[in-house]
Design a protein around this ligand. Structure first.
Ligand SMILES: [Zn+2]
Length: 172
């Protein structure tokens, strides 16, 4: 079997969130400069423009920008069942008929029409762990596609701060 490699691409963006049931300051609306690292694994591609690569770095960055940055940069990321969430939307019908179904279907949904600007609603509390899993599910098929089904998305690492990092999935 040909040897496998790991490659990484890192992006950074700013976003807010709150941890709904947290007993301390994390329940306040607050923000982070998030760093997200996608780790891909695979053999080296043997033909075509990606010859000698696991996946073209630019392809990976492009897909990370589309799936992560364009959805979440400068948004407030909120759990759809956060009791605070619907207060940001002026039309409760829109919350139930548009936003909630989109989140149920895709796991996340961005809207720029709210009382406080851009929001990103999620099906889970936006902890670093849940964000890592959410972005993993979204990015994984893109990595397969862009590498001609050669590379795998191995892990997503989410740095909420330089000290606190969540990695999904864990491998023993
Ligand atoms: Zn936080």
């Amino acid at each position: 079997m040909s040897p496998h490699y790991l490659i990484e691409c890192r992006i950074e963006f700013d976003a807010g969130h709150r941890i709904t049931h947290h007993g301390s300051k994390c329940r306040n609306l607050h923000g982070h400069r998030y760093t997200v690292v996608a780790v891909c694994s695979g053999p080296l591609i043997t033909t075509g423009e990606q010859q000698g690569m696991v996946i073209d770095f630019d392809f990976l960055r492009e897909e990370m920008n589309k799936t992560i940055m364009e959805c979440c940069d400068h948004t407030m990321m909120l759990w759809i069942d956060d009791p605070l969430a619907q207060n940001f939307i002026d039309d409760p019908k829109r919350f139930e008929n548009e936003i909630r179904p989109e989140v149920a279907k895709n796991g996340g949904y961005r809207t720029d029409q709210s009382l406080v600007g851009a929001l990103y609603f999620m099906s889970a509390v936006p902890t670093a762990e849940n964000l890592a899993a959410h972005w993993f599910e979204k990015l994984h098929p893109k990595v397969r596609e862009r590498s001609g089904h050669q590379a795998q998305l191995h892990q997503i690492k989410v740095y909420e701060t330089p000290e606190f990092i969540a990695v999904y999935p864990a491998y023993s």
